[in-house]
Design a protein around this ligand. Structure first.
Ligand code: TXA
Ligand code: MG
Length: 315
């Protein structure tokens, strides 16, 4: 469904009736449901095959809406002023009498909130008037979707409506932050980089065991069908190659270059679609060249490490 005004109106009506709608955001496509409606939220877990203990991000148009749903510390207000709307998710205790379905919190007393910046996502949120719970629109544990076609390929008929906003401009998920007093915890590296955050937050803390809130933080996630071999300098026989920067002549069975100039923004935008393409080539292993761990490289490497992790732990 095109992401024009009639498309947004139809999507809003479907959400209002308790249905599921996939929609573009600036990061990746989300699989949305009315966050006030338990039955609708259950539908997300069912469609994704997502374990019930993995909480969902709730999308709102702005901080004013978010502040009605959660009790944010002052530092969260500053972060929202700097980065919202945009690819930053803030986890805070549910407000007293918070109307959100308890299922979005998956048994925790906190909720993750984000105001997406893509005009299509903003239009949908303003049209519905209610918050939209939306994890990434992929089967649980598999590659995220950055185009409407990727969503359709993952879900087939089980998602009736995909609101098409074209290719997601950022291509990697939001950064997820939690709070501990006045300290800020990096729960998931993402589109807003450590270098952008730390001038405001001070040194980010690593999550502790008790803050491991779901498979998004477990070892295996974002996994293609093929195995991944990281820090490869070249492809071995029979392997596909995911390159970054200039590459020598390669005997890879299939090859994609995240960014020929080594630009990490371009690399993030290409990451999931290129992994999908190489996976579809049928190679049993995708060799991945080293990605610098700076800027967006931290989030890219996080996704690649989880995609490469042993699958026994996958949910
Ligand atoms: O960019 C994004 O964040 C995309 C778009 C659609 O907004 N959404 C997304 O959702 O990536 P999902 O469900 O794939 O990842 C949400 C992450 C998970 O790692 C989850 O465990 C964490 O946020 N999370 C959600 N609620 C939480 C909570 N209350 N406490 C701690 N972590 C939470
Ligand atoms: Mg996800």
């Amino acid at each position: 469904m095109p992401g024009d005004a009639p498309g947004v109106a139809r999507a809003a009506a479907m959400l209002q009736r308790g249905g599921l709608v996939a929609f573009a955001t600036e990061t990746v496509y989300g699989l949305g449901a009315n966050a006030l409606d338990d039955a609708a939220v259950v539908g997300i877990f069912a469609a994704k095959g997502r374990p019930r203990f993995n909480p969902l991000i709730v999308h709102v148009p702005d901080f004013a809406q978010a502040a009605r749903l959660a009790d944010f510390p002052d530092i969260a207000r500053e972060l929202a002023a700097a980065f919202w709307p945009g690819p930053l998710t803030l986890v805070a205790p549910r407000a007293e009498n918070c109307p959100l379905s308890l299922l979005v919190s998956a048994g925790l007393d906190s909720v993750a909130l984000r105001a997406p910046s893509l005009p299509l996502a903003q239009a949908l949120l303003r049209k519905t008037g209610f918050p939209i719970a939306a994890p990434s629109a992929n089967i649980s544990g598999r590659l995220s979707a950055t185009t409407a076609a990727d969503v359709a390929q993952s879900f087939g008929a089980s998602v009736e409506l995909v609101l098409d906003g074209g290719a997601c401009p950022i291509g990697i998920e939001s950064t997820v932050l939690g709070f501990q007093g006045s300290d800020v915890v990096l729960l998931r590296p993402g589109a807003i980089t450590r270098a952008e955050l730390e001038p405001i937050t001070g040194a980010l803390l690593e999550p502790e065991g008790s803050q491991i809130a779901g498979p998004g933080m477990l070892a295996s996630h974002y996994a293609p069908r093929a195995n991944l071999r990281l820090d490869a300098t070249e492809a071995h026989d029979g392997e596909a190659l995911l390159a970054l920067g200039l590459t020598a002549q390669s005997n890879a069975t299939a090859m994609a270059n995240l960014s020929e100039t080594g630009d990490l923004r371009e690399a993030a935008a290409n990451l999931f679609s290129m992994l999908r393409r190489l996976d579809a080539s049928g190679a049993s292993t995708i060799a991945v060249m080293p990605i610098p761990d700076t800027g967006l490289g931290e989030a890219i490497n996080d996704r690649l490490r989880r995609a490469a992790a042993p699958r026994e732990t996958a949910q």
